[in-house]
Design a protein around this ligand. Sequence first.
Ligand code: F6P
Length: 323
Amino acid sequence: MTAHVRLNDHIGALDTPEGLPAVLAVLGETCAAISRTVAGGALVGALGASGQVNVQDEEQKKLDVITNDMLREALAACAPVFGVASEELDTVEPTGRTGDHGYLVLFDPLDGSSNIDINAPVGTIFSVLPASSGQIDEAAFLQPGRNQVAAGYALYGAQSMLVLTTGQGVAAFTLDVDGQWLRTGEDLAIPADTREFAINMSNQRHWAEPVRRYIEGCLEGKDGPRGKDFNMRWVAAMVADVHRILMRGGVFLYPWDAREPDRAGKLRLMYEGNPMALLIEQAGGKATTDGKQPILDVRPTELHQRIAVALGSAKEIDAFAEA
Ligand code: F6P
């Protein structure tokens, strides 16, 4: 059998800035620990609601709280981490360290949490930004996604997988029975063409016209304007939907809709849109707000900012832009 490269050896062989390997190692270890907790389910008291709501007024599941604390604590103990921010925290948490070669880590500790109680896939998404040498406050985190020095996710599905980029392509790792992330994919590349889309169809009546037109064109299949039949998938966990696109192509859309007209979309820019956009671009796909504007170029104005998302196979995102 081929010997698989371990996550830390993979990171060690990359050209990374000082301190970053230690941050990525802690993220890898903590995601492996989260995978064990997720797998324990009811046996470890991990299912159900926590009885609390987060800053975005969403009911927190027990696992949201547990996994958030696991990441916060592990990252607070990692010397090059100068601050953390999370979907589940009201504001940023500086670690008290400042200076050179420091990093800010943003995360969604348990993406797709409505899937927890039905034993469907969930994940952890993370984004790593360079810390400036000044004060670590919310403003220090408000950097465009292009500044990310690393991004990735762990998917807790049929297998637990970790997918990582440091801006030098995308690699995938599978968790073995001993709790080690072993490399099982390198230089992931998203096919430019696809016949598969992912969108929550139940929101159709709330979409803007261009989104309706695009999806209608797909649904008309080979007799319609697109001239080909499409398949649809929706896992309701962005991690799993993006993973499918990295594995076999497709497009994922979570557009603005009229349910909350003042919000750009449902998903969060800093710890969902940006890290996924870096992974998708690094694998040769496109990650935009509307088919045209790259998510990575959006200048954030607030930590929990929402963003419309249209990402995946490059030619299909172009078709969406033209709809
Ligand atoms: O974090 C938000 C999220 O759970 C994503 O992971 C997922 O893509 C989306 O919401 C699911 O939304 P909906 O509830 O509309 O299916």
